[in-house]
Design a binder for this molecule. Sequence first.
Ligand SMILES: NC(=O)c1ccc[n+]([C@@H]2O[C@H](COP(=O)([O-])OP(=O)(O)OC[C@H]3O[C@@H](n4cnc5c(N)ncnc54)[C@H](O)[C@@H]3O)[C@@H](O)[C@H]2O)c1
Length: 406
Amino acid sequence: MINIIGLGYIGLPTALTFAKHGVEVVGTDYNKELVDKLQKGQLTFEEEGIEELLKAAINNNIVFSTEYVKTDTYIIAVPTPYVKESKKLEPKYVIAAVKSVLEVCEKGAVIIIESTISPGSIDKHVRPEIVNKGLIIGKDVHLVHAPERIIPGNMIYELENNSRTIGSDSIEIGQRIKELYSSFCKAEIVITDIRSAEMSKVVENTYRDINIAFANELAMICRTGDMDVYEIIRIANMHPRVNILSPGPGVGGHCISVDPWFLVGDYPGLANLILTARKINDSMPEHVLSRIRAIMRENNIGDITKVGLYGLTYKENVDDVRESPTLQLLEKMDEHLAFGMKVFDPLVKVKLVDNQYSDFNKFIEDIEIVVIMVAHAHIKENMDSIQNKFILDTKNICAFDKVYKL
Ligand SMILES: NC(=O)c1ccc[n+]([C@@H]2O[C@H](COP(=O)([O-])OP(=O)(O)OC[C@H]3O[C@@H](n4cnc5c(N)ncnc54)[C@H](O)[C@@H]3O)[C@@H](O)[C@H]2O)c1
């Protein structure tokens, strides 16, 4: 039996997938409200295929609880944000979860950290907790780092089909945990040491952040030089060894916009390219604002309340708004004491910001400029309803003749 700690975007699909493949699971979260909901078969976020998984698992191999249970295998999937001032990893959630596990675990138990952590975090923050309890690592407790790569919106598929990394102190334990994940993972599972596993995960997201920053910088250069960045990237990517990602209104979420900071925080003076990329991506909401200003000026629109931001989430077709470019943009507006832009997102049902609409038609009726911040399937299906508006398409999804781009 495995005890999965943290039933959020990562822990829940992982727990359900294990359960589907015959592994007995106890899913633990200290959020009682969340656990109560899951026990009743209710979800706290939307994700393709997860509802069916929950229904199937709940009558079979899974139990949800606020308690940690005594067993020999734990998976920890709790948040790992960064500290805004120092840019370093905030390890408090991982430490608290490990401490709770150590209170109950069987002798010889394996604690798998799935949360993304900066290289050296297990040495610095987790091992001391075990040693301070008088336990011997490698005998009383084993440590593994198994970072997660799945993407919201396609999590269930990717859990089974993405390759994985297992970082372990010993090949034996690495092999045992590889077998555990092989219960559902059809792709290659690589065994390495813990620090390499920590670093490779952070490197993967940093690579993407830098690539997006390059695309964003190109977008700004092309804007100034009056060139079509999308055409240029399309052509450049025909080169067999070039793969530039797409520019956009900024980078959000809890991975790509967070993990590179760990390296900046831990290696100041060395992580120069990484820091520059972060700054470029963080500047994109300001660039969108300057584009909105230009469109307003060009079309003699003086009233900011005539501008509508479409999309509040950090990516398309999910309801996750963490660190989203739209929220970053609204924060910038707030700093400049400029209020009144209207906002709509078909997937965000709770009211998060001022002037947020729940009715798409009313939203469109009340604005003159639509800023496409997120390429939800919904807007692609409803393009016709915005064709009479001024459109700033930051995602390059709109095929009308007169559309403003980044
Ligand atoms: N969401 C993603 O797309 C994604 C992708 C790859 C990796 N990750 C990483 O996975 C980790 C988890 O991210 P997430 O998005 O699932 O976070 P989340 O905030 O959605 O979920 C975390 C859950 O952990 C619970 N929790 C926190 N501390 C706890 C404790 N001590 N005991 C019991 N429950 C506790 C919280 O109540 C919450 O429900 C992070 O390190 C993140 O960087 C996330």
